[in-house]
Design a protein around this ligand. Structure first.
Ligand code: HEC
Length: 129
């Protein structure tokens, strides 16, 4: 029987592939298949639980009526009034720095025109005497 090079070139890679596929690769360890709980529910396999979270509430408002408008409008989106009012009495320079830090470090959207009114208010309310 005459075996042409074409047949050899075709058959050898296929045979080699078959042998390799049958032997498998001993180093490859397939992970075990995931265990899915048998159930008709689409949520099978995990359980949803309801939790209730009690967040602290603050009903402290900035005192001072209209004078507090600027601080209330610009600061309450991130803090409670209580958080600001329980700071120690600070000098005007320190309050100015804090408001600037809110604007530049924490990106508080404070209108530039409101900064003076905010600092005046903080100085009047929690200013170092
Ligand atoms: C965009 C959110 C945001 C806004 C608006 C904001 N702050 Fe803050 N503020 C922060 C963050 C964040 C901190 C840092 C909190 C921490 O350290 O736990 C902070 C901290 C503070 C502190 C604590 C002291 C300090 O230096 O860290 C004070 C006082 C304060 N803010 C006052 C103000 C005042 C007054 C305003 C209004 C002009 C204001 N904040 C608006 C985000 C904000």
């Amino acid at each position: 029987m005459k075996i042409s090079m074409g047949v050899v070139g075709f058959a050898v890679p296929i045979l080699a592939g078959l042998v390799l596929a049958l032997i498998g690769h001993p180093a490859v360890q397939l992970p075990p298949p995931p265990v899915v709980a048998a159930s008709t529910s689409p949520a099978a396999g995990f359980v949803l639980k309801s939790v209730s979270v009690e967040l602290p509430v603050s009903d402290v408002a900035f005192p001072g009526g209209a004078k507090a408008d600027a601080v209330a409008a610009n600061c309450l989106s991130c803090h409670s009034a209580g958080m600001v009012l329980t700071q120690p009495d600070l000098t005007r320079a320190v309050w100015t720095d804090i408001v600037e830090k809110m604007i530049h470090a924490y990106k508080a959207p404070v209108a530039e025109a409101d900064v003076a009114a905010i600092v005046d208010y903080l100085q009047a309310t929690r200013g170092a005497k």
